[in-house]
Design a protein around this ligand. Structure first.
Ligand SMILES: Nc1ncnc2c1ncn2[C@@H]1O[C@H](COP(=O)(O)OP(=O)(O)OP(=O)(O)O)[C@@H](O)[C@H]1O
Length: 253
């Protein structure tokens, strides 16, 4: 199947043009895939995403986006001007107006139904992320791009958010490109993981990447925990509603 976005030989330089941020990176994402980019701080994850979206000048290489591709983007950071009141409803109509019905339905879908009249500044971190996701979903994207969407959320909030992303993928068939530091839950949600550190260190299924020496060299002993959780098999029954005691719910399948 043809890729939604394909990139070849991407090279990006820091402003000034002397230091390399990304060197010779190839990338592709197919319809319906969940691809997660992991890597240490400053490894070029956000730069890769911005280059794929066409928001970053390339020193070399090229990016091809499928004709008519609709992308829903949840940025890494969004500065809210606390001096300007803004309701959730109004925010959802920026930059393109959507109907009240559509706004209400999409908020329900992302687990923040009925919050139209709330001020953005009065939302919790988890609620705000869900509103950002709702906004990204409004125009029926083929591809959702999420740059560290769970920053600042606690562990249950992270798991709930990624479960929601999996539901969205199942319901809409949209592909998902995520940048994340949350290695424990990343391993569960992704079809493919790309480990980045200025270049692609390793890439493949979560199992393949979590055992790759390049990945372990970057993430050290933390990688062991990731692997253990990812391999958890749900081989026992629970009483209804009882929590799983053998492994974190982040890793349980
Ligand atoms: N606008 C900019 N001006 C100067 N340097 C930049 C700019 N944007 C990114 N960089 C540099 O490019 C490198 C990669 O940054 P990038 O934000 O892509 O990394 P990242 O992997 O997403 O990091 P983090 O995990 O900390 O968000 C960093 O060294 C950063 O300092």
């Amino acid at each position: 199947m043809s890729a939604l976005i394909q990139a070849q030989g991407l090279t990006i330089l820091r402003p000034g043009g002397h230091e390399t941020v990304l060197q010779d990176v190839d990338f592709r994402i197919a319809p319906g895939e969940i691809v997660t980019v992991v890597g240490p701080n400053g490894s070029g994850k956000s730069s890769l995403v911005r280059a794929l979206l066409g928001h970053m000048p390339l020193a070399a290489g090229r990016v091809t986006r499928r004709a008519g591709l609709r992308i829903g983007y949840v940025p890494q950071r969004m500065q809210l001007d606390t001096t300007i009141p803004m309701t959730v409803r109004r925010f959802l109509s920026l930059p393109r107006r959507v109907s009240d019905d559509m706004a209400a339905q999409t908020l329900v879908r992302t687990g923040v139904g009925g919050m139209q009249s709330r001020q953005l500044t009065h939302l919790s971190g988890g609620q705000f992320q869900r509103v950002l996701l709702a906004r990204a979903l409004l125009h029926d994207p083929h591809l959702l791009v999420l740059d560290e969407p769970t920053q600042g959320l606690d562990q249950p909030g992270i798991v709930a958010f990624y479960t929601l992303i999996e539901d969205v993928r199942r319901q809409t068939g949209a592909a998902v490109l995520m940048v994340s530091h949350d290695l424990l839950v990343v391993m569960r949600a992704s079809d493919r993981v790309i480990c980045l550190n200025g270049h692609v260190c390793c890439e493949g299924t979560p199992q393949h990447v979590s055992t790759a020496p390049e990945y372990r060299a970057l993430f050290g002993t933390g990688a062991e925990g990731t692997l253990a959780l990812y391999r958890h098999r749900h081989d026992h029954d629970h009483d209804q509603g009882a929590p799983c005691s053998r492994a974190s719910s982040a890793g349980a399948r």
